[in-house]
Structures are given as structure tokens and as C-alpha cells.
Ligand binder design. Structure first.
Ligand code: 6GU
Length: 232
């Protein structure tokens, strides 16, 4: 997979993309991530990438030309499956969207900033608009990092234990069960005996029960969805 991220603040993305699992998947050659600094595509002498909003009002708007130049240049070398724009008024990101995006070969993520981008960029280039939740971030860079992380960890070969992503919270609309590691007794607190029983099927049943219990308690909305699915 190839992900091209277009941003006015590339430094904000460098650290999250160059550590841990996302870094490892780049080293392994499973994903190629390229950061593009919008300022490199600005044609004016001050390297501006934004301008005042027509009609007035506070806040700058990201100009169309540098973005279009960047997307056009990228598209000459690559056919993109989606051109994503990160914006608080986009569709809320979830595991289903992450799963879908992980099946694509080439993605562009344009990070929104200031008061957003000129609407004409959205009209002409953007195929999907994503928000990561109902709160406002200073820019779309952290959202792009969240999306990239959630997608990359799903790619085959990224996680050591291939089944691990499948047992994640949300993958089957259930929260994950509690987990424990050594020592079996810690400060007077014991691990549930079933987990050290060696009885594989009983452990699976216990985990499923705990996952359902947690979901019912903490996320009644997911619990309802889970029950509807089990019925159908
Ligand atoms: Cl994608 N961008 C910004 N600026 N704020 C957000 C967001 C995105 N998602 C949630 N809040």
C-alpha cells in the first residue's frame, strides 16, 4: 500500500509515522508513506498556502492552487483509490472505514487546517471526508495519523500474530475482554484461575463472556448492534 499525506505541517506527522508499528511496516516494505509539504507547491514568493475568506469572517482558508498542483503531480505517477480530506464535518471514522481503506492500494490524505480548504478542492478532488470524532482539533494532521495507524495495522504481515487484529475491540462489535500477564499473583491480586487452567475452549468461552459483559455495561449502543447481528 502507498499513502501520500499532503499537509502544511509535515513535522506534526513525522513522529507518529516513524515509530512503533507504522514504522516497522514501512521498514518491512508493506506500506510506503510519503509526506508532502504544501509549501513546496506554493507558487507565490512568500510560500503562502492560505488566504482570507471571501465574504469576510475570522480564519484563513487553504488555497486551491498548491493543493491541486500537488494532487495533480502525484496522480501522474499513481492511480489513487481515494483522495481523503480530514475535516471535523466529515463522516465519523470507525473500524469499518479502517477495514475498507486497508483493502486499497493507493491513498491520498489531505490534512485540513485553518478554516478548511477552498470548497472547489473538495468538489473537484475529494472522494471521502473523514472526521475522527465530535471535537475540534487545530488541524487534520493528528486525524491523518490516527487514520494511517488504524489502517496500516490491518495490512497483512504488519502484526506478528496474524489473528491479533481480528480479536481487537470493535472488530466484531464487542469490546475486548480483560487481559493479564505474569506474575499470577500480584500484590495479593490473583489472575482468574481459568486463564492458567490450560483449558483452551473454556478460556475462549470465558473471554467471550467477559467481552459481552463489558460491552453490555459500557457500550449499550454496541451491545444492541451485536445482538441484532447475532439474530440475523
Ligand atoms: Cl479530521 N480535523 C479537525 N481539525 N478536527 C477534528 C477532526 C479533523 N476530527 C475531529 N476533530
Amino acid at each position: 500500500m502507498r499513502i501520500d499525506i499532503i499537509t502544511g505541517l509535515p513535522s506534526l506527522l513525522e513522529s507518529p509515522l516513524n515509530d512503533s508499528i507504522v514504522k516497522r511496516s514501512q521498514t518491512k516494505g508493506i506500506v510506503e508513506i510519503h509526506l508532502h509539504d504544501l509549501r513546496d507547491y506554493s507558487t507565490d514568493k512568500h510560500k503562502n498556502i492560505d488566504d482570507y475568506a471571501f465574504g469576510g469572517g475570522a480564519g484563513m482558508v487553504m488555497s486551491a492552487e498548491p493543493i491541486a498542483t500537488c494532487i495533480d503531480a502525484l496522480s501522474e505517477n499513481c492511480a489513487y483509490d481515494e483522495v481523503i480530506y480530514t475535516t471535523p464535518d466529515g463522516d465519523t471514522f470507525n473500524q469499518r472505514t479502517a477495514n475498507r481503506l486497508s483493502t486499497f492500494k493507493n491513498l491520498i490524505i489531505l490534512c485540513g487546517h485553518y478554516k478548511g480548504v477552498d470548497q472547489r478542492i473538495r468538489d473537484k478532488y475529494i472522494t471521502r471526508e473523514i472526521s475522527i470524532g465530535d471535537y475540534v482539533l487545530s488541524g487534520g494532521e493528528l486525524a491523518a495519523a490516527v487514520i494511517t495507524d488504524a489502517v496500516v495495522r490491518l495490512l497483512p504481515g504488519v502484526l506478528n500474530d496474524e489473528t491479533s487484529a481480528l480479536t481487537d475491540t470493535f472488530q466484531d462489535d464487542l469490546l475486548a475482554p480483560p487481559v493479564y500477564t505474569r506474575p499470577a499473583e500480584w500484590r495479593g491480586m490473583e489472575v482468574p484461575p481459568i486463564l492458567i487452567s490450560g483449558n483452551g475452549p473454556a478460556i475462549e468461552t470465558w473471554r467471550m463472556d467477559k467481552a459481552m459483559e463489558r460491552t453490555k455495561e459500557r457500550r449499550p449502543d454496541l451491545w444492541e448492534k451485536f445482538n441484532q447481528q447475532s439474530e440475523s
